[in-house]
Design a binder for this molecule. Structure first.
Ligand SMILES: NC(=O)c1ccc[n+]([C@@H]2O[C@H](COP(=O)([O-])OP(=O)(O)OC[C@H]3O[C@@H](n4cnc5c(N)ncnc54)[C@H](O)[C@@H]3O)[C@@H](O)[C@H]2O)c1
Length: 339
């Protein structure tokens, strides 16, 4: 089976692709490589992996001709990055994904899986499942809601469409992200014995390990069409819903090192507690990892210099840097033209 993974060199993709290769899948990774492609260096010589540097908004659709399934991970991948240039965000995260899905269908691809997010629930009381109303509060979350709706309407007997609303991911990846709550807290403890906690700490978030969310995508591809077609699944586990302050306490207990809490931000407007029964009951998905295990592996990797907190590991900071560099380049080109 040949799978095209968009955004495959990112945090999730660079964990997912080696798992898929190990299983014997052929993979095309279509990515702008905004964070480089070093994250795939351990598998780059695998003859079943093809790397294509291109953009979901304008890649040549002939690439899809021999593809059986698409996993659509490419996006500006968090709330702050999505606000840097909201129109670009809608262009990539909404229209870009709908383009990938439509072209996939036109080119005979059998399955399409959208990497969405539980942040579509925004702020709500109670425990939310796939049938609950969405309440997207940011451009990032709104783009996901729009993309979900449009790609699901493409589903039919020949084109299986599945939406996976992932919880906030944690754990080690070769394209490390320290802008994710658990990873960021561990980095804070490691660097200056301070855990950054977003005010007021009572907000709920669901979590899932990066290897577990990768497994969920694999399970969807390997499930019969009638179980997954035109379906939305939350990806996570009921017992990995945690409030942010208790999460800091959990990290403290896990790492057993002294630290202080460092409060930041104005009170978080996002809080959502999610029900994950559907993916468990229909696909048999049960995570293998817990936040404690994820925190430990990240801390150990920091201690052993297997990972560092370069600018690239803070997604919004890196995109800001790329946009600045772009602006400079445009200024130079414009100057040349005027001259
Ligand atoms: N990491 C999480 O906690 C989390 C949670 C829920 C949902 N998601 C979603 O899962 C997906 C993967 O997330 P991630 O953490 O791996 O993000 P990431 O930022 O690490 O990876 C995204 C990849 O997409 C690529 N990309 C961005 N714009 C592109 C474009 N226009 N064309 C081609 N490639 C492009 C980037 O170069 C990058 O390699 C994203 O859609 C994200 O919104 C992530």
């Amino acid at each position: 089976m040949k799978v095209l993974v968009t955004g495959g060199a990112g945090y999730i993709g660079s964990v997912m692709i080696p798992i898929f290769l190990e299983k014997g899948y052929k993979i095309i990774c279509l990515d702008r490589f905004f964070f480089g492609k070093e994250s795939l260096k351990d598998v780059s010589s695998d003859s079943n992996l093809e790397l294509v540097k291109d953009d979901v908004r304008w890649f040549d659709a002939n690439l899809l001709k021999s593809v059986d399934a698409v996993i659509d991970l490419a996006s500006l991948s968090n709330d702050p990055s999505g606000e840097l240039d909201p129109l670009k965000t809608l262009d990539i995260n909404y229209l870009g994904r709908v383009r990938v899905a439509k072209l996939s269908k036109e080119h005979g691809v059998k399955r399409y899986v959208l990497a969405s997010t539980c942040s579509v629930y925004g702020f709500q009381e109670g425990i939310l499942d796939e049938a609950s109303p969405t309440n997207p509060l940011t451009t990032y979350a709104k783009s996901n809601v729009l993309a979900e709706k449009d790609v699901l309407t493409l589903a039919d007997d020949r084109f299986t469409v599945t939406v996976l609303r992932q919880a906030t991911v944690y754990g080690l990846s070769p394209r490390m992200r320290f802008d994710l709550a658990i990873n960021g807290m561990v980095l804070g403890v490691y660097k200056n014995r301070k855990i950054p906690v977003m005010r007021d700490g009572t907000q709920w978030r669901p979590f899932v390990h990066v290897r577990d969310t990768s497994k969920a995508f694999l399970m969807v591809l390997e499930s019969p069409e009638n179980k997954v077609n035109k379906q939305i699944f939350n990806v996570g586990a009921n017992d990995q819903n945690v409030q942010i302050f208790p999460l800091a306490e959990l990290i403290k207990e896990t790492l057993s090192v002294p630290f202080e809490i460092e409060w930041y931000g104005s009170p978080d407007k996002r809080s959502y507690r999610v029900n994950f029964d559907k993916i468990k009951n229909i696909l048999g998905f049960v995570p293998n990892y817990t936040p404690k295990e994820g925190a430990k592996e990240v801390y150990e990797a920091l201690e052993n210099n297997k990972v560092t907190d370069s600018l690239k590991t803070k997604t919004v900071e890196w995109y800001k840097h790329l946009l600045e560099a772009n602006k400079l380049l445009e200024e130079v080109i414009l100057k040349d033209t005027l001259l």
